[in-house]
Design a protein around this ligand. Structure first.
Ligand SMILES: [Zn+2]
Length: 469
């Protein structure tokens, strides 16, 4: 038997919460030969203690590989944790003591949707300022004369009263048309600017008064119509609890309610300190864990999870919903759409969350030609592929509710009796049948989806479910 250290316990717990089933002892042993396809060079420890490895990953173990940009790109291509856990689940199916009988688990997403798409926008600035200079210089350097010309047109438009980065009505229109809602994370930057240090100019552009009437009205419109407004912690707040607390307080005053989620500006994170701040401040979820120079799975998973703080030997209350695709990172590839598809197919296969960050400013077609179109294409693609499209808060609330749910299953000769809990709620359950097995609901639920190897049911509240096979 493998030693049950905190990492192993965390890995087992993680699996149990995700699949709602305890992994059998056999899978804890060293005979993890089904992992042969995973590169032993990059991830050696995975073969000796798979749950310990998962636990380590969820405490930041992968970070040591990311100093090198190439290995970062290479490793984050694959959702290793999701791959491994899916294999273990398949293995459990084979080892199931009531072999040949269905396995019941809570569906990952409502209505048995295949995966989730979480739409987010970081509101870094509401006015274009120094970027006229930096964007123009960038275009000239790349001999992109059309881009340069667009900067001149844009500056005339601005003089005529049209603010290039005020794209909120356009985003709302697009999302209404698509029938989806998203999360807007608002920045409240206070970092100091040094005129002689170009790197600090960005703080200037990002300093807007979040309490001005126009912004307050915007936030009100967004929340009234079902969008989520979250906190975009300022540049240095990731290592400054007091600063972060102050920004949270101001936003909650404006919202006249609680903030559910956050993302740190520039994806700045001090692991796990920043998350401990979030936890302390009562924030439900964070979605900072990703890259702004490549796309993919920073900690090998696209599922929400509770980070492990190895120092205090506990998992945090905070839910991390990893960021998978950022617009700027995506457009740094030669073929952005093809790169997106590779990643999206993996999220779809393992049933996780594709968290998308599309800055609001890139919806200006003159400044960022066709970036808005790419956003629409991505959302449509995911809807076609049976994704549940949701705000970060909807994802977090669903996942937490799921964490607190369970089932008791009694197997008869040709019948199963399922008692889901909590009792007074309706539950989406996947009945994994294995190929070819027929199951039928006799009582207490309706079938919402029928696939080749599982069916998804929605239970009636307060009743046990009877199924025959
Ligand atoms: Zn930002």
């Amino acid at each position: 038997m493998v030693e049950r250290d905190i990492y192993t316990l965390c890995g087992i717990k993680h699996f149990e919460m995700k699949y709602k089933i305890l992994p059998p002892h056999t899978t804890l042993n060293n005979s993890i030969d089904f992992l042969d396809s995973i590169d032993e060079q990059i991830l050696p420890e995975i073969h000796t203690n798979v749950f310990g490895w998962v636990g380590k990953v969820l405490s930041g173990y992968m970070e040591k590989y990311y100093h090198n940009k190439n290995s970062r790109k290479e490793i984050s291509r694959e959702p290793f944790v999701d791959i491994v856990e899916q294999r273990i689940f398949d293995l459990i199916f084979d080892l199931h003591e009531d072999k040949g009988k269905p396995i019941v688990k809570h569906s990952f997403w409502p209505y048995g949707k295949k995966f989730a798409l979480s739409l987010t926008h970081d509101v870094d600035e509401v006015r274009k300022t120094y970027q006229y200079l930096t964007y123009s210089l960038k275009h000239l350097k790349r001999r992109n004369f059309k881009g340069f010309k667009n900067q001149i047109i844009s500056s005339f438009k601005k003089l005529g009263g049209k603010e290039p980065f005020w794209t909120f009505e356009e985003i709302m229109r697009i999302e209404r048309e698509l029938g989806v809602k998203s999360t807007f994370f608002f920045l409240n930057e206070t970092a100091k600017v040094n005129l002689f240090d170009m790197k600090t100019w960005r703080h200037y552009g990002r300093r807007f008064n979040i309490k001005e009437r126009k912004i307050i009205d915007l936030i009100e419109t967004l929340t009234l119509e079902g969008w989520e407004v979250g906190l975009h912690g300022s540049f240095f707040s990731f290592k400054d609890l007091e600063k972060l607390a102050n920004e949270l307080m101001i936003l909650e005053e404006i919202l006249n309610g609680k903030v559910c989620g956050t993302r740190q500006h520039n994806l700045n994170l001090s692991i796990p300190e920043t998350w401990k701040y979030h936890e302390k401040l009562g924030i439900t979820y964070d979605t900072t864990l990703g890259f702004n120079n490549c796309i993919g799975f920073r900690w090998g998973t696209s599922f929400p999870f509770h980070p492990l703080d190895s120092e205090s030997s506990r998992t945090l209350n905070l839910l991390e919903i990893p960021l998978v695709v950022e617009d700027i990172a995506l457009f740094s590839y030669e073929k952005p759409w093809q790169e997106f598809l590779k990643i999206a197919e993996k999220v779809e296969r393992f049933g996780g969350v594709l968290t998308l960050l599309w800055h609001h400013s890139v919806f200006n077609d003159l400044e960022f030609p066709r970036w808005g179109d790419m956003y629409k294409k991505i959302v449509k693609y995911c809807l076609d592929k049976d994704a549940w499209v949701a705000t970060g808060c909807e994802i977090a609330k669903w996942w937490k509710k799921r964490e607190n749910s369970g089932v008791k299953v009694d197997y008869g000769e040709d019948e199963i009796v399922i008692q889901p809990f909590p009792k007074d709620q309706r539950h989406f359950l996947d009945i994994h049948t294995g190929n070819g097995m027929e199951v039928e609901v006799k009582h207490g639920a309706e079938v919402v989806k029928r696939g080749s190897d599982k069916i998804t049911i929605l239970t009636s509240s307060d009743e046990e479910v009877r199924m025959v096979f």
